[in-house]
Design a protein around this ligand. Structure first.
Ligand code: NAD
Length: 303
């Protein structure tokens, strides 16, 4: 069970471990997708310079476009002047190599939701870091203790789970793996707070806290579709119920590919609760390369 700590406990962690927490004056993010781009923007906006690494120019460009769009909107809405926009952009340094990772204090991994890929990326990143640097994974569902088996220093590793869109969602789950040190937790809690977020510390299990609630909801939605429900109808009803968006639209925002990968991790972790004996609409769309907003077609079509 992923236990969580309330605000009071977080304040206590922050207080008890202030001395323990390392300073984060330089960060890095691995993967410049929906989440990596958002994390880079938020870190830079709140004053911490960040390296943004991807495996190709196209990925980097998507992350930079995302940050530029957010900044342009902030200027248009008069929440920021052009000077601050330029200053924020200079704090995001795109790169295709680990060349400058030697002076990074915290690295947030945000590559695809696949344990094999994540383990390879984390192990490679670790080999380029200075003593005491912290590695964190933005995984939605994969066990931190399991990912840590790829690392030489599991004590310097934890989960740092942001939500989408990063600049708007206040919560960050900080996940403690079996071997994660208090210093690592304290450093990541401090970095999350510096980014203007509300961290909660949770124990490790598939899906942590929020996705253990969210994925059964997606599962319920998938069963309704199998039973013949119309997804647009369900979305409209959930909006009337008072939620900001329904499950189909939310899955398009999350990314159908990410949803399918995360669902597989949850089904393996909780077979009795999550197993479905039918091919869900999500899996069908994934096979047809309909990934949601990221490639303009999922449940809905986007211009
Ligand atoms: P995405 O597909 O938008 O981006 C993934 C990026 O990783 C791509 O740009 C890809 O080129 C890059 N990448 C792949 N291999 C790499 C490598 N070896 N080194 C560097 N970059 C590499 O995915 P996303 O939605 O941003 O999800 C990333 C992570 O964040 C996943 O673990 C996901 O579960 C998690 N997450 C996603 C959401 C969401 O709503 N989308 C929310 C919270 C957490």
């Amino acid at each position: 069970i992923g236990l969580f700590l309330n605000d009071q406990s977080i304040k206590k962690i922050a207080k008890d471990h202030t001395a323990l927490a390392g300073d984060v004056s330089q960060a890095a993010v691995l993967g410049a997708g929906i989440m990596g781009g958002g994390i880079a923007y938020q870190s830079a906006y709140k004053g911490t310079p960040i390296l943004m690494k991807d495996i190709n120019e196209q990925g980097i460009q998507l992350g930079l476009d995302e940050a530029t769009n957010l900044l342009t909107k902030a200027v248009q809405r008069k929440r920021m002047d052009v000077g601050k926009m330029a200053q924020t952009l200079t704090r995001i340094r795109p790169t295709l190599s680990y060349g400058d990772f030697g002076n990074v204090d915290v690295v947030v991994e945000a590559v695809v939701e696949n344990p094999k890929v994540k383990k390879a990326v984390l192990a490679e990143a670790e080999s380029h870091l200075k003593e005491g640097a912290v590695l964190a994974s933005n995984t939605s569902t994969i066990s931190i203790t399991d990912l840590a088996t790829a690392l030489k220093k599991p004590e310097d590793f934890c989960g740092m789970h942001f939500f989408n869109p990063v600049h708007r969602m206040p919560l960050v789950e900080v996940i403690r793996g079996e071997k994660t040190s208090d210093k690592t937790i304290a450093t990541v809690v401090k970095y999350a707070q510096k980014m203007g977020k509300t961290p909660i510390v949770v124990n490790d299990c598939p899906g942590f806290l929020v996705n253990r609630v969210l994925f059964p909801y997606f599962g319920g939605f998938a069963m309704m579709l199998r039973d013949g429900a119309d997804f647009e109808h369900v979305d409209k009803v959930m909006e009337k119920f008072g939620w900001p968006m329904g499950p189909a639209y939310l899955l398009d925002v999350v990314g159908i590919d990410t949803g399918v990968h995360a669902q597989a991790v949850m089904a393996e972790g909780f077979p009795d609760r999550m197993a479905q004996d039918f091919r869900s609409a999500m899996a069908v769309m994934f096979d047809e390369n309909r990934y949601g907003q990221k490639n303009s077609q999922g449940f809905y079509k986007y211009e």
